[in-house]
Write a protein that binds this ligand. Structure first.
Ligand code: NAP
Length: 240
């Protein structure tokens, strides 16, 4: 039987935008007590107001271990943590710096480490962590190796946590291209044109919608026998 999210405390890191906001909405609709976390307080407040009810918002950088510990200290018991932090920095291998690699790895792997280190001791029985990687872990593109290392590292880190923190379950979602503000930032008004050739070869032929990703996140929170997996939600991106 799937576990219910009714009354569960669900912490959504990256909950102010895109897939995280959609996951917060879905968890709220399923009766969860949602805590939205992101760095920008204004966007967070807007997201919290949209969800309403018991939804809380906390402005925290997940890559800051001290801040994450304070967050969980304040929250007390939690049931599920879902995190969407990460970036895809651009730069050829010769041009990239230690700082760029460090920032890419901090945003995904160190952030995930902080959430596990501070969240797991407060996690109720049946709890879970769900992280978000990206197709770059499997299909890297030129000048994106730092981001690819971070997404692949995150998937591997999550498998390590699935073993170390069991019976807490730890999984990763690997999204393809989703229609979120990330694409608007990357391509601006050229979004449709820039993606046309990619979408023409993609088996499902279109961008993913954030609620389709949220559906996968809810599955990983509520299925009690899935751990250490990478769930690909990508319209068939790995087939091309
Ligand atoms: N959209 C796609 O096509 C796509 C494809 C593959 C992978 N992904 C990955 O999927 C994840 C979510 O993407 P999205 O498209 O939903 O992005 P988005 O709309 O930009 O949302 C990202 C969210 O994460 C928060 N965030 C980022 N870094 C954070 C940090 N260090 N601590 C706390 N919160 C942080 C952001 O808020 P603040 O900036 O205020 O902190 C925001 O709420 C990202 O890791 C992205 O790389 C996206």
């Amino acid at each position: 039987m799937p576990r219910s999210l009714q009354g569960a405390v669900v912490v959504v890191v990256g909950g102010s935008s895109g897939m995280g906001l959609a996951t917060g909405r879905a968890a709220h609709a399923a009766g969860a007590d949602v805590v939205l976390v992101a760095r920008d307080a204004d966007r967070l407040a807007t997201a919290r107001d949209e969800l309403g009810g018991s939804t809380r918002a906390r402005a925290v950088d997940a890559a800051d271990d001290v801040a994450v510990e304070s967050l969980f200290d304040e929250l007390g018991a939690v049931d599920h943590v879902v995190s969407f932090t990460g970036n895809q920095p651009l730069g050829s291998v010769g041009d990239t710096t230690y700082e760029l690699y460090r920032a890419a790895l901090d945003a995904r792997v160190w952030a995930a480490r902080n959430l596990c280190a501070s969240g797991a001791p407060r996690m109720a029985e049946g709890g879970s962590f769900t992280f978000c990687s990206g197709v770059s872990a499997w299909r890297p593109r030129p000048q994106r190796a730092a981001g690819a290392a971070a997404t692949a590292g995150l998937e591997s880190f999550a498998r390590g946590m699935a073993v170390e923190l069991a019976p807490i379950r730890v999984n990763t979602i690997c999204p393809g291209a989703f229609d979120t503000p990330v694409l608007d930032r990357a391509f601006g008004e050229r979004k449709e044109e820039a993606l046309r050739s990619y979408l023409s070869t993609l088996p499902l032929g279109r961008l993913g919608q954030p609620d389709e990703l949220a559906h996968a996140a809810i599955f990983l929170m509520t299925n009690s026998y899935v751990t250490g997996t990478v769930l690909h939600v990508d319209g068939g991106s790995l087939l091309i």
